[in-house]
Design a protein around this ligand. Structure first.
Ligand code: UDX
Ligand code: UDX
Ligand code: ADP
Length: 464
């Protein structure tokens, strides 16, 4: 079977870029991206491509190429479902905030709503593709809901996890290390797998398209993120030891990364990993292991998150202890709020937690991030519920540019590794700041020797 019409439910960080690339690479396929959020859809349709709802290098070019040709964004969920022969589900699957599995398990209510809507609306056979990160065996639940529609429509459920990283999403989609498709190994299942394979095969060679059973595919996604996060926590744990000794964590990372069995990537020590996936997926994995009574396995992976929490707390404490054990009323500039560079996404960003610690010590925080809005910064802090919304607004200001940013600041802390922070005129910053002028580099991207030459008192993560 050849796919002619794709629907994607969910126009977020995953659905938007993924569908834009499929549409650009497959001009013969109509791609219809739908979302309940009208504001988000309006932003995807904005004539000014600077107003797309997410910032991602290269995204606007791809959208410009396909939008209006074979890429449509709308809120017409029912119509898109009806017309499609393949439906991607890319809705959010946040960690549960209530009931059993609270704080651990994924909340599948949005997924289930999609499945029920598809079952209700569909009048022809469809291939359903799970794109959201999901606990293992979700496909089974989807299948059960879909097959109970009782109107004779047949569904095949595939798992096709997303491996794109934000900030490099377009590159990752255009040239992925691999595409993973999990499906039932029955005749109908194989046909559905082949249909999705053929979509990707428009620009990705067959050797890079891996076919597995559904459960392996679902579990591979959780495992990949758990391994990646574990590498960051491993190097971050050693950053603490490096600081206590005369070692330099970047030198250690380079030395071990040259071992081809270890490899050089994902060994950059930081103030802690963030993003919508790592923590959520590990918690999912931990919950899954606990469910099967595998407590040692659960504890092993849980440690990756505990180490990450420790790293964020440790950085905030370092700032407080260096500033003579009090930050009360002191202006501290946080450079960066996004969870990594080249994205406007702030979900689980280390900056939120570091700011929260400092605010509890009654610091005055000024945030500057080239892509994050003031509303987002306040929303992130309010979400933690540590203090009132008014209090957050009285203690935190968000700067739109560098003008007067550093004036009378006691300290500057780098939270996100934006390239532009490297080219700031630090001698000028030094003049503006109160003395002693402190700088805390949570990403180890600045030339600390040069900064100390100017007069700063500096600290960089993992440097003894
Ligand atoms: C991740 C996975 O990489 C991707 O394959 C999956 O589909 C989704 O989750 P993402 O969260 O977008 O992608 O970004 P990633 O580049 O993995 O970074 C995650 C966090 O780890 C960021 O906060 C980043 O700053 C941090 N990180 C990453 C480090 O601190 N050090 C590193 O060496 C690498
Ligand atoms: C190790 C390091 O590899 C080497 O660089 C260091 O100098 C000394 O320690 P060695 O102990 O000789 O070398 O063997 P290695 O190949 O690392 O295997 C260690 C153990 O891990 C073995 O029992 C091996 O069976 C096991 N292993 C290794 C696995 O179970 N799975 C693997 O994928 C790799
Ligand atoms: P991700 O990073 O996984 O893409 P996002 O939160 O950025 O997550 O995007 C998920 C999108 O899915 C949101 O825009 C949300 O409005 C949308 N969504 C959630 N449930 C539904 C639904 N039942 N129908 C349509 N859209 C939905």
């Amino acid at each position: 079977m050849k796919v002619k019409n794709i629907c994607c439910i969910g126009a977020g960080y995953v659905g938007g870029p993924t569908m834009a690339v499929i549409a650009a690479k497959c001009p013969d396929i109509d791609v219809h991206v739908v979302d309940l959020n009208e504001q988000r859809i309006a932003a995807w349709n904005d004539v000014n491509l600077d107003n797309l709802p997410i910032y991602e290098p290269g995204l606007s070019d791809i959208v410009a190429q396909a939008r209006g040709r074979n890429l449509i964004f709308s809120t017409n969920v029912d119509q898109a479902i009806q017309e499609a022969d393949m439906i991607f589900i890319s809705v959010n699957t946040p960690t549960k905030t209530y009931g059993i599995g609270k704080g651990m398990a994924a909340d599948l209510k949005y997924i289930e709503l999609c499945a029920r809507q598809i079952a209700r609306v569909a009048t022809s056979n469809k291939i359903i593709v799970e794109k959201s990160t999901l606990p293992v065996r979700t496909a089974e639940a989807l299948k059960s809901i879909l097959s109970s529609s009782g109107n004779g429509v047949k569904f095949q459920v595939l798992s096709n996890p997303e491996f794109l990283a934000e900030g490099t999403a377009i590159q990752d989609l255009l040239q992925p290390d691999r595409v993973l498709i999990g499906g039932e190994r029955t005749l109908e299942g194989e046909e559905a797998i082949q249909a999705l394979h053929d979509v990707y095969n428009n620009w990705i060679t067959t050797e890079r398209i891996l076919l597995t059973n559904v459960w392996s595919s679902e579990l591979s996604k959780l495992t990949a993120n758990a391994f990646l996060a574990q590498r960051v926590s491993s190097i971050n744990s050693l950053s603490a030891l490096c600081e206590a000794t005369e070692a330099d964590v970047d030198e250690v990372a380079r030395a071990i990364g040259q071992d081809s069995r270890i490899g050089p990537k994902f060994l950059k020590s930081s103030v802690g990993f963030g993003g919508s996936c790592f923590q959520k997926d590990i918690l999912n994995l931990v919950y899954l292991c606990q469910t099967y009574g595998l407590n040692e396995v659960a504890d092993y992976w849980h440690q990756v998150i505990k180490m990450n929490d420790y790293q964020k707390r440790r950085f905030a404490q370092k700032i407080i202890s260096t500033l003579y054990n009090t930050v009360n009323g002191k202006k501290i500039v946080l450079l960066g709020w996004a969870f990594k560079k080249d994205t406007n996404d702030t979900r689980e960003s280390a900056a939120i937690y570091v700011a929260d610690y400092l605010l509890s010590e009654q610091a005055e925080i000024v945030v500057y991030d080239p892509k994050v809005t003031q509303e987002q910064v306040y929303a992130d802090l309010d979400y933690l519920n540590t203090r009132s919304e008014e209090r957050n607004r009285s203690l935190v200001t968000v700067a739109k540019n560098y003008e007067d940013l550093f004036k009378d600041a006691h300290a500057v802390a780098v939270m996100t590794e934006w390239d532009e922070f490297k080219t700031i005129d630090w001698s000028k910053v030094y003049i503006d700041m109160l003395k002693p002028a402190f700088i805390f580099d949570g990403r180890a991207i600045l030339d600390m020797q040069a900064l100390e030459g100017i007069g700063f008192t500096g600290f960089a993560i993992g440097k003894g």
